[in-house]
Design a protein around this ligand. Structure first.
Ligand SMILES: Nc1ncnc2c1ncn2[C@@H]1O[C@H](COP(=O)(O)OP(=O)(O)OP(=O)(O)O)[C@@H](O)[C@H]1O
Ligand SMILES: [Mg+2]
Length: 149
């Protein structure tokens, strides 16, 4: 899928949230400035979250509560740019996040950990890759991960 503006990438994220199930995980791939956070903003809007989404680069994770019908859920937005290995993730308590049944979690810079996350159970799990074609153009591809439970 090709997008020609950040608005189109945001819309893509918005639409992606519609049929997304929990517990769920999205790994985002793409270089600096590819549009990962733009996607996350759209996705969070699609979940019904109205809070401003800021990049958690220095905090590692931002968490947002939201509701879906009568369910109380969490959306976790990780940025693993500064993380150097799974040991470090484990130390900050990644297991607690990945074991939550009522959560949807997105990882910017999460590709190195795809295998480490495999042992947890998700109903939706995708790798979303954003490739810069030129200043305003991105190629977005989606690949399903693991075996959904
Ligand atoms: N088609 C497009 N889709 C997404 N963003 C676009 C597009 N065209 C231009 N942009 C611009 O590219 C930038 C993407 O920034 P964003 O913070 O989302 O990238 P990122 O992948 O999260 O980077 P980082 O690795 O630094 O976190 C924004 O400034 C946005 O306006
Ligand atoms: Mg980002």
């Amino acid at each position: 899928m090709i997008t020609h503006s950040w608005e189109e990438t945001e819309k893509f994220g918005f639409d992606f949230a519609e049929k997304f199930e929990y517990p769920g995980i999205i790994i985002l791939d793409g270089q600096l400035g590819a549009g990962k956070t733009v996607f996350v903003r759209g996705f969070s809007r699609g979940l019904g979250i109205t809070q401003e989404i800021t990049s958690p680069t220095f905090l590692i994770v931002n968490s947002y509560p939201f509701r879906k019908k009568d369910d109380h859920l969490f959306f976790h937005h990780f940025d693993l740019y500064r993380i150097t290995g799974f040991d470090e993730l484990y130390y900050i308590g990644i297991e607690e996040y990945l074991e939550q049944k009522n959560a949807i979690t997105i990882f910017e810079w999460g590709v190195p950990y795809i295998n480490d996350f495999k042992q947890y159970k998700f109903r939706s799990a995708y790798l979303v890759s954003l490739e810069i074609l030129d200043e305003e153009t991105r190629n977005i591809s989606v690949k399903s991960l693991y075996d959904p439970v």
